[in-house]
Write a protein that binds this ligand. Structure first.
Ligand code: G3P
Length: 215
């Protein structure tokens, strides 16, 4: 499973790259709004350091404007992927952009049919938001299973990005299902590395090592 970082924070991205577990990055308007750098400087800098796709969201709502905005964003760097919310206007834009070879990550996906339509339009990625479904008492991970089954049935060349991940168990479940990609908030990635028994075990080994006799 590829691991993307769900952040626009350069320090978090740099740390994950040092750990060797950052295959890409996803941003959205909310994540970008938390950063001090202007958007026009932030995105190229993220693209410079990330060795993989960087999703950047188009905020226009009409197809022609989405297309124009996306073309501009795609020019920022060759690893930019355009995030487009699944709407009627979005679908029209996805078809045109896909024909131009611009990669699209269809976002705000909450149903298997939204994912099917996006893949048929030519989206390269779809992002089911599982945490937000869990929040309203729907089993988000079932949506991921359904989308993967549909894509497998018809051989769509569209990768599933498990998004809106809230805790390490989501990561475990996504990898057991065999999701292509999980996009992970940095605190969840930190938690994924940790186990209290590892800390206790390491402390004991170091204490015992101090008692070992040396020549
Ligand atoms: O990248 C978008 C998605 O992961 C948002 O997550 O926590 O705002 O539902 P969240």
């Amino acid at each position: 499973m590829k691991i993307f970082l769900d952040t626009a924070n350069l320090n978090q991205i740099k740390k994950a790259i040092e750990w060797g577990i950052c295959d890409g990055v996803t941003t959205n308007p909310t994540l970008v709004s938390k950063e001090a750098l202007p958007f026009e400087e932030l995105i190229p800098e993220i693209c410079r350091i990330v060795p993989g796709p960087v999703s950047v969201e188009a905020v226009s709502t009409q197809a022609e404007e989405i297309i124009q905005e996306s073309r501009g964003l795609a020019r920022l760097s060759e690893n930019v992927v355009i995030k487009i919310p699944i709407t009627e206007e979005g679908i029209k834009a996805i078809r045109v952009l896909a024909q131009e070879g611009i990669k699209v990550n269809t976002t705000l996906v909450f149903s298997p049919l939204q994912a099917l339509v996006a893949a048929k339009a030519g989206a390269r990625f779809v992002s089911p938001f599982i945490g937000r479904l869990d929040d309203i008492c729907h089993e988000g991970m079932i949506l991921v299973e359904q989308i993967m089954a549909i894509f497998n049935n018809y051989g769509f060349d569209c990768e599933v990005i498990v998004a809106s991940i809230r805790h390490p168990l989501h990561l475990v479940e996504a990898s057991l299902i065999g999701a292509d990609i999980a996009t992970v908030p940095f605190p969840v990635l930190e938690k994924a590395l940790k186990h209290p028994l590892t800390d206790v075990g390491l402390e004991r080994f170091l204490q015992d090592w101090a008692k070992v006799k040396h020549k």
